[in-house]
Design a protein around this ligand. Sequence first.
Ligand code: SAH
Length: 224
Amino acid sequence: MRIDIISVLPELIESPFNASILKRAIDKQIIEICFHDLKKYASNKRKQVDDYQYGGGSGMVMMIEPIKKCIDLLKKQRTYDEIIYMSPDGKMLNQKISNQLSLKGNLIILCGHYKGVDQRVRDSLITMEISIGDYVLSGGELPAAVLCDSIIRLIPGVLGDETSALTDSYQDNLLAPPVYTRPSTFEDLKVPEILLSGDQLKIENWREEKAIERTRKLRPDIFD
Ligand code: SAH
C-alpha cells in the first residue's frame, strides 16, 4: 500500500512513522509513505497556500490551486482508491472504516489547517471525509497519523503475530478481554487461576466470556 500525505506542515506528521510498528512496516516495504509539502505547489513567490475568506470573518482558508496541482500530479502517476480529507465534520473513524481502507492499494490524505480548505476542494477533489472525533484540532496531521496507524497495523505482515489485530477491541463488535503478565501474584493481586491452567480451550472460553461481559458493561451500544 502507498499513502501520500499532503500538508502545509509535513514535519508535524513525520515522527510517528519513524518508530515502532509503522517504521517496521515501511522497512519491510509493506507500506510506502510519501509526504508532500503543499508550499512547494504554491504558484506565487511568497509560497502562499492560504488566503482570507470571502464574506469576511477570522481565520485563513487553504486555497484550491496548490491542492489541485499536487493531487493532479499524483493522479497522473497512479490510480488512487480514495482521496481523503481529514475533517471534524467527516464520517467518524471506526474499526470498520480502518478495515476497509487497509484493503486498498493507494490513498491520498489531505490535512487541513487554519479554518480548513476552500469548499470547492471538498466538492471536486475529495472522495471521502474522515473525522477522528467530535472535537477540533489545529491541523489534520495528528488525525492523519491516527488514521494511518489504525489502517497500517491491520495489513498482513505488519504486526509480528498476525492474530493479534484480530483479537483487539472492535473486531467482531467486542471489546478485548483483560490481559495479564508476570508476576502471577503481585502483593494481594492475583492473575485469574484459569489463565495459569494450561487448558487452552477453557482459556479461550473464559476470554470470550470476559469480552462479552466487558462489552455489555462498557459499550452496550455496540453489543448485538
Ligand atoms: N473550521 C473547521 C475546523 C478547522 S480545524 C470547522 O469548524 O469544522 C483545521 C484542520 O484540522 C481541519 O481542516 C482538519 O483537517 C483538521 N481537523 C481538526 N479537527 C479534526 C478532527 N476532529 N478530525 C479530523 N480532522 C480534524
